[in-house]
Design a protein around this ligand. Sequence first.
Ligand code: 3HC
Ligand code: NAI
Length: 697
Amino acid sequence: MANIVELRPGAVAVIVVDNPPVNALKQAVRAGLRDAFTRARDDAGIHAIVLTAAGRTFMAGADITEFDKPPQPPGLVEVFDLMEASKKPIVAALFGTPLGGGLEVALTCHYRVAAPTTRLGLPEIKLGILPGAGGTQRLPRLIGVDKALPMILSGDPISAQEALANGLVDEIVEGDVTEGAIAFARRLLAEKAPLKRARDMEDKLKPYRDNPKLYDEVVAKSAKRTRGLAAPAAAIECVRWSFEKPFDEAERGVREAFQKLREGDQSKAQRHIFFAEREAAKVPDIPASTKPRDIKRAAVIGAGTMGGGISMCFANAGIPVTIIETSQEALDKGLATIKRNYENTVKRGGLKADEMERRVKLMTGTTDLAAGVREADIVVEAVFEDMGLKKEVFGKLDKLAKPDAVLATNTSYLNVNEIGKATARPPSVLGMHFFSPANVMRLLEIVRGAETAPDVLATAIAVGRKIGKVPAVVGVTHGFVGNRMLHARGIEAERMLLEGALPQDVDGALTEFGFPMGPFGMGDLAGLDVGWRVRKASGAKAEIADALVDAGRYGQKTGKGFYKYEGGSRSPTPDPDVEKLIVEASVRHGVKRRNLDRKEIFERLIFPLINEGARILDEGIAMRPGDIDVIWVYGYGWPVWTGGPMHYADRVGLSYIRDRLAEIAARAGNNPKLEPSPLLMRLADSGGTFAGLKKAA
Ligand code: 3HC
Ligand code: NAI
């Protein structure tokens, strides 16, 4: 086995970290770095040191798997003390993604050179923590408070070019970055260049020391939505200390803040999602070596809401895509919407005009199905939600598509096996369930049919990743995982209106928890007529929602639904007319309205959803509780800092949820959907957890 940290001696010695896949700074790496820097210090033949890594990236951060365990010495600070005491220049040779603790190591070097494709960042905030090893103090000194704070609060990386411009790196080198760094170090020696220690740099802090109010402006500009989150507030404080306190005192405070966040529930939840996201696309019975099919060209059938967004996903990833519609008019309309979406992004500064042109050029439209799918390696169907129509389309695809093409349906609810049977090649068929707006939402539920071939599944996962989605593999059931659970959330929503709550009370219970919107706001956004049409077809009823649609209140599109939307606004305002309609319905039912508190409302919405998640797990429709959490965080706006429904349920306690569900079910006339599910009962009775299921498996 290669050394985890190797010291290659020479006048310019090279220290190489080799801890695949991302050179995370686990204990053995930290110990190796300490030893290597000590040896380099003591070796009189060494005059300068280049620090780099093997494999695909410079260190991409602390080892997140260690965060659940007590800290193991040496800490990074011990390594940094050695580096900063060095009389010999240390140059970081950066490539790949120097992130988090990895970038903090680089910040402690005297100089930094980078390969042109390097992306540098401090993503700790995305894990509910903050840069705990000098990032909040050294970065502001190097690039200025106004540039450092946005990097720390967004967690997003910057390019090598931006890093060169703002002083984070000293040089971009073409070709072998280690060789480039060695040449750079030789020049430093020849020029007897000073040892530049970020901790000693004061220039960029001075304006803030002279006028601390300047910082409030930087905070106001950089802080995004931070409601309910502990890490951003702590990070803002820590960066303030960079100009308020001496370096070492500030760093002691930072370490305390870091430990507190690391041990807190929010970071635990966010770390859970980090690993669950990576696991959700792994299918135990499909070996990792399964080769995905080569995807050079895609076709999307239907240029409506979803088809347009899905086509954009392909074009954004550089995959040429043909969009197929039934009429030229529908096609033109769909293509115009896509163009408008891109233009809006360009206007907002999110995309360069030439890049938009490049993407639009990758799209072609046609009304000729045969011509449209002939060359495609993957076809995604996004026509109306109608089984008859879907079968007809797949029947045609069977005859027209390439023999090895992957055939995917974007259906929200329908049986993927039945759709597959409309072809003579069910192994090539699966569901790729995108979420609206498809070009924005990260989740991709990949629905594995009974006969879906392993390499077809592997292809869908690989394509999903390529187009920037978070794939989660699920089985066939009505509504798959997300929509089936969403349905369970809705059961009690309308009943609560009749009992005494108003739409804003119900939605408020969820937005207070961290959801971007509640069930009624979401209904208004999607259009109340959609559900109404489904209910009419199946004979189902939803008294309040049906009455609203009958009154012409379709939601945001008509300016009125459960709320009113004045002057084209997208923000809901409670409407006395709706309150009147609800109160009258209560009277009709002979219900004496009462006050429902937030806790009751929240539990009646969320516990049935968790219960349905347990059923889904029990049936094997979802492979792991973490998969369900990923689906809810990336597809339905579940607040990431609570870790998704199953993680959250474990925290609340399953026996509490079981007891509450039993009460809710009894009050709802023993509605079997609300009865605690067998898995929930089993786990609650035995003191188990959903997380424990995975370990037991
Ligand atoms: N610690 C432990 N494991 C890590 C890790 C880390 N920091 N980063 C990635 N991994 C693991 C992943 O879990 C995955 O494991 P698996 O193969 O068993 O599923 C494997 O490495 C490969 O990761 P990806 O699938 O994500 O690979 P990509 O090439 O798509 O992405 C990456 C690489 C951009 C580095 C991405 O993994 C990433 O963003 N990692 C996290 C970076 C991060 O958050 N760093 C900060 C950590 S906190 C910190 O440094 C605190 C400090 O301030 C003290
Ligand atoms: P839509 O009504 O906006 O678009 C459907 C498009 O398909 C229309 O433009 C129509 O002209 C076209 N079409 C119909 N038959 C066709 C055919 N034979 N060949 C080519 N084009 C045809 O519908 P939307 O919302 O885009 O939904 C499409 C599918 O995506 C449905 O199965 C839906 O359940 C699913 N879905 C919808 C989501 C949403 O939020 N709207 C979310 C996830 C999935």
